[in-house]
Design a protein around this ligand. Structure first.
Ligand code: TYC
Length: 101
């Protein structure tokens, strides 16, 4: 008789896998003032003026810029809060998230 039973694993997984990180992405638009984008980046992502300015300019020139990576929940919360900060001022500022490869 052919034994079709699965072979038991001989090695138990020991290491816990690291949780996949998620990118927060800043999307360019034509209406949000540059300085406001910088202010939001500093407040929500604890960036210096210089770092925030670079990220803002990159999104402005290329259309998008990765702001930072976090665990899924943190990335989503920060993207929502930062988007909401623009919305509160009537700006279409948008932050999205996506899983890292
Ligand atoms: N493009 C905007 C302007 O010229 C500035 C801006 C930069 C807006 C980056 C959004 O993600 C952004 N006022």
């Amino acid at each position: 008789m052919i034994d079709t039973a699965a072979k038991p694993k001989t090695r138990t997984k020991v290491k816990a896998e690291r949780p996949r990180l998620h990118k927060v992405i800043l999307i360019n638009d034509d209406y949000t003032p540059r300085e406001f984008v910088v202010t939001v980046l500093k407040a929500e992502f604890h960036m210096t003026e210089d770092q925030a300015h670079r990220v803002m300019i990159t999104a402005h020139q290329r259309g998008v810029c990765v702001v930072a990576v976090f665990t899924k929940d943190v990335a989503e919360t920060k993207a929502t809060r930062a988007t909401e900060a623009g919305r509160a001022k009537g700006y279409p500022l948008l932050f999205t998230t996506e899983p890292e490869e």
